[in-house]
Design a protein around this ligand. Structure first.
Ligand code: SF4
Length: 368
């Protein structure tokens, strides 16, 4: 029987190895995992942390994911769509502040009005954020859900170059447990494929600690990330939202919070060991569970942080889960706070750079 140290000494991992890493339950082995992930991060992507200013520009959504606070059936939510000018002003502010990249995130809509609106926003952001520091304008990641190939292509052509679409789980039965029938696992896979074909840096992610999710499911998720050759990863712990159908799992969630949080950190570290040079976000959901969760994520191998720069009055209307942090901070405070938090764990924030995935850059070099 292999010890955790034996597994960590390997260059590659079987599904069983991954399961054993995720099952770690002693502080000694957790420290070994953290140290290995950190070392591998230093070797493959370095110690820098890259920022993405997160603009949650609309909470309209055509979908009804059972776990999500802004699902279309949640009538308690006040719906908003920021204007083009509001989005552009936020982007310009971010570029001037030193953010090299932003994420444009919204609920899902694939109607022509919405897609052309996003297309126009991207074009204007690129044109208006060029400077000596950012000769090609801000880097733009999109996270706006499933679109057609043609729509992905249009937005890529407009200037977005990264796309995040979470698969949420690669167990199709579990996917059905957390989504209505109208949302298809196969279509999500096809969308990921289209994003990749279009030329975006591809990002995905899963929820960790879902009711009925097994260690094997999570190991399969990790192997899936490798198989589809992702460039970016944004995973977070499952957090219950009490105005959704999944409130039925609130006892499960509150009784298992500590384990879910620890499992999320182990997933970050194990993903780093398996995927090596991809960008891994330390997500806000970690901070929602524990005030220093985002910094802990960095200590377990993450290298990207996404401070929220959405105006205050809209943040409280974009609650995918309960207990979301930083609802009152203004965006300037978030910037300063984030940098000092990153420094508090001995890491340096890189300003005025896109911070592209090293994995993507390496692939381009190999194919040149
Ligand atoms: S998770 Fe995304 S797609 Fe699902 S309801 Fe929420 S915003 Fe819409």
């Amino acid at each position: 029987m292999k010890t955790i140290q034996d597994i960590l000494n390997q260059k590659d991992f079987s599904k069983e190895d991954l399961i054993n890493l995720l099952k770690i339950n002693t502080q000694e082995n957790l420290d070994l995992l953290k140290e290995s992930a950190n070392n591998l991060m230093l070797e493959s992507v370095g110690s820098n942390v890259y920022l993405r200013g997160l603009i949650e520009f609309s909470n309209y959504c055509v979908n009804d994911c059972y776990y999500c606070g802004i699902r279309k059936s949640n009538a308690e939510v006040h719906r908003y769509l920021l204007s083009k000018k509001e989005i552009l002003d936020l982007a310009i502010w971010a570029a001037e502040k030193g953010y090299g990249s932003i994420v444009l995130q919204s609920g899902e809509r694939a109607d022509e009005n919405f897609v052309s609106f996003v297309e126009e926003c991207i074009v204007e952001i690129k044109e208006n954020t060029k400077s000596e520091n950012l000769p090609n304008g801000l880097g733009i990641t999109l996270s706006i859900g499933e679109l057609s190939l043609n729509q992905y292509e249009r937005l890529f052509k407009a200037g977005a170059h990264r796309y995040l679409l979470r698969i949420e789980t690669t167990n199709s039965d579990l996917f059905k447990q957390i989504h209505p029938e109208t949302q298809s696992f196969e279509r999500r896979l096809e969308s990921l494929n289209c994003i990749k074909t279009t030329g975006y840096q591809l990002g995905t992610g899963v929820m960790i600690g879902l009711p009925n999710q097994t260690y094997e499911d999570l190991a399969n998720d990790l192997l899936f990330f490798k198989e589809i050759d992702i460039d970016m990863l944004g995973m977070g712990p499952y957090i219950v939202h009490l105005s959704t159908p999944m409130k039925i799992y609130k006892d499960y969630y509150f009784e298992n919070q500590k384990e879910i949080y620890a499992l999320a950190l182990k997933m970050v570290a194990t993903a780093r060991l398996l995927l090596k040079d991809v960008n891994i976000a330390s997500t806000t959901a970690l901070q929602a569970m524990y005030p220093w969760g985002r910094e802990e994520g960095l200590l377990f191998g993450a290298n990207v942080v996404m401070p929220n720069i959405t105006p205050n009055e809209f943040r409280k209307e974009y609650l995918l889960y309960n207990n979301k942090p930083c609802l009152e901070d203004n965006k300037g405070d978030c910037f300063t706070c984030t940098i000092s938090r990153i420094e508090s764990v001995g890491r340096k924030t890189v300003l005025n750079k896109w911070g592209d995935s090293q994995h993507f850059t390496n692939k381009l070099r190999q194919n040149a």
